[in-house]
Design a protein around this ligand. Structure first.
Ligand code: NDP
Ligand code: SSN
Length: 311
């Protein structure tokens, strides 16, 4: 159906959606876009996209529509609200939600769409702004197998590898597990950089040592140097990483899995959000780590002034 005709709708033109829709256009897809803030469609239109005035209008026009939205609230709103996806979804139309949400949200969307005869898969992605621009995402799809297969031409443009993970919810869960690990690793790196600096080491030397050893990884290599420069230009906004930690911890609750490391990482991201850093890159959690260090230092000094002994 739609994907063979290389025609697709696209809802949500944030950091990821804009890069993904642009990539589809560059690779010969006809793309009809919608974004809540409609002005964000302009650049895509300059690159050859058409605009749908509402999610319903995009669904009406296209046999298959992709969504890339911030969180469960946004994903549900675009489907269920007035002029939303449900108003036009029907037999023969496919909906692919690539947003990072929890399995419950995905299941609600799946039920609503399939009960109207539509077809649904969830397909969250690993990889950030640059992989989205370069078509190097890792796609974690689940849901109706036939729609997954129809979506492969688009997934081949957007990603370097697609996984089909079975029933709806499995893609969401896999994505949350991956991002839970990533968030914990980012906190470990932040604490390592803070510890290196404050104990008199050159943080660049730490990065060089890490990169040569068993825990070398692309994230440390990419984010480490910019963190040292206090450069947090957003690729993956911190508010979304904290949302993913929260959703992963809820999955842990449901399954009685104890995750003290992830819980501590979530607290650090929450602290960073409370400092107003939510729209910066998730590596800005480093600022929260540094503040915690200085707060404890001041607390220690004040304690000493009041005769309290430190550790
Ligand atoms: N950035 C990254 O590196 C990655 C992000 N992800 C996930 O992809 C999704 C998108 O991320 P990203 O592009 O970075 O996020 P952005 O914050 O850049 O974009 C969010 C998008 O969601 C839209 N939106 C937010 N709330 C609503 C709402 N209530 N109704 C309709 N639209 C809404 C925004 O519209 P508007 O422009 O009007 O605000 C915008 O299009 C998230 O789930 C994120 O976790 C996954 C992998 C990597
Ligand atoms: O959800 C965001 C993931 C970012 C990444 O995989 O680099």
């Amino acid at each position: 159906m739609a994907m063979e005709e290389k025609e697709v709708g696209f809802l949500g033109l944030g950091i990821m959606g804009k890069a993904m829709a642009t990539n589809l256009l560059r690779n010969g897809f006809k793309v009809t876009v919608w974004n809540r803030t409609l002005s964000k469609c302009d650049e895509l239109v300059e690159n050859g996209a058409s605009i749908g005035e509402t999610p319903a209008a995009v669904i009406k026009k296209c046999k298959c529509t992709i969504a890339m939205l911030s969180d469960p609230k946004a994903a549900l709103s675009v489907v269920f609200d007035k002029e939303g996806v449900l108003e036009q979804i029907c037999s023969g139309k496919g909906y692919i939600d690539m947003s990072t949400v929890d399995a419950d949200t995905s299941s609600k969307i799946n039920e609503a769409i399939t009960s109207r005869g539509g077809h649904f898969i969830e397909a969250p992605v690993s990889g950030s702004k640059k992989p989205a621009e370069d078509g190097q995402l890792v796609i974690l799809a689940a849901g109706e197998k036939a729609l997954y297969e129809e979506a492969i031409p688009a997934f081949n443009v957007l990603g370097k590898r697609s996984f089909y993970l079975g029933q709806v919810g499995n893609g969401a869960k896999m994505k949350l597990v991956v991002n839970m690990i990533m968030g914990s690793m980012m906190n470990a790196l932040s604490e390592g950089l803070a510890l290196a600096s404050t104990s008199g080491l050159d943080p660049q030397n730490l990065l060089d040592v890490l990169d040569l050893g068993a825990i070398a990884n692309p994230m440390f290599k990419m984010k480490g140097p910019t963190m040292i420069q206090n450069n947090y230009s957003p690729a993956f906004p911190l508010k979304h990483q904290q949302k993913d930690m929260r959703l992963a911890l809820a999955l842990g609750d449901e399954n009685a899995v104890s995750m003290p490391v992830a819980a501590a990482a979530n607290e650090a991201f929450k602290k960073a959000r409370s400092m107003g850093l939510g729209d910066l890159d998730f590596s800005a959690v480093f600022e929260a780590t540094k503040i915690c260090y200085f707060e404890s230092l001041v607390g220690f000094q004040e304690g000493q002034e009041h005769g309290i002994r430190g550790p």
